[in-house]
Design a protein around this ligand. Structure first.
Ligand SMILES: N[C@@H](CCC(=O)N[C@@H](CS)C(=O)NCC(=O)O)C(=O)O
Length: 212
């Protein structure tokens, strides 16, 4: 098995990078400088026609979409404990939560961060206002879930959905409703930020300062 991850520090690739570190599998990471537009380089577009990160090349074949990549990695490395086992009572809940993050939170984040670039800059404020509302309501959901479930989004065990959630909470740090302004979410992030894998990920991606 051979993994090549194309990533940009702190971007959507972060959760896939984190998962590879958690799985402790060999992989090579290749930086895509999105500030310099390297995601639109013709060579990169051959791997990822949408011109986005992440791309994960598995045994020579390129795939995209963060949540799909994490699900695929979980399937390729069974027994990791990062997703519920097939047939376990938590499996349906995990699927629902992963798709909720992919369908609701990630597009709202994209809208907030890229409103002026993806759409008409004149309408960007309205797009951002709606996105912000959606993002804040996900923080409400996560807060309620953690109060009910315990330390992690699915209960006692850290896993794939927590890596996704923490990455996206990090993105909200300069938004009007930063996730970790909420004490329950702050404690959740602080707990996870102590993991060796999170520290290693930040070192490899050259990130610091969050959660401060
Ligand atoms: N739905 C995609 C979204 C990926 C995405 O939006 N990536 C951003 C970085 S967070 C990107 O590549 N931005 C560069 C650009 O759009 O030019 C996924 O989950 O992989």
């Amino acid at each position: 098995m051979n993994y090549h991850l194309f990533y940009a520090p702190g971007a959507a690739s972060m959760a896939v990078h984190w998962m590879l570190i958690e799985l402790d599998v060999p992989f090579e990471a290749f930086l895509v400088d999105i500030d310099r537009g390297e995601q639109r380089d013709p060579q990169y577009l051959k791997l990822n026609p949408s011109g986005r990160v992440p791309t994960l090349v598995i045994d020579g074949v390129a795939y995209g979409e963060t949540v799909a990549l994490m699900m695929l990695l979980a399937e390729r490395h069974p027994g990791s404990g990062l997703v519920p086992d097939v047939g376990s009572p938590q499996k349906a809940e995990w699927l629902q939560l992963a798709i909720y993050i992919a369908n609701t939170l990630m597009p709202a984040m994209r809208d907030w961060l890229y409103a002026a670039k993806d759409g008409n800059p004149e309408g960007a404020d309205a797009v951002k206002a709606l996105a912000e509302k959606r993002i804040c309501s996900v923080w409400d959901d996560f807060e309620a879930r953690l109060l009910k479930k315990g330390d992690y989004l699915l209960g006692d065990h850290f896993g794939m959905v927590d890596m996704l959630a923490v990455m996206l909470m990090r993105w909200s740090r300069n938004m009007p409703c930063p996730a970790i302004d909420r004490p329950t979410l702050r404690q959740y992030v602080d707990r996870i930020a102590q993991r060796d894998s999170y520290i290693e990920l930040n070192t490899r991606e050259g990130l610091s300062g969050w959660p401060a």
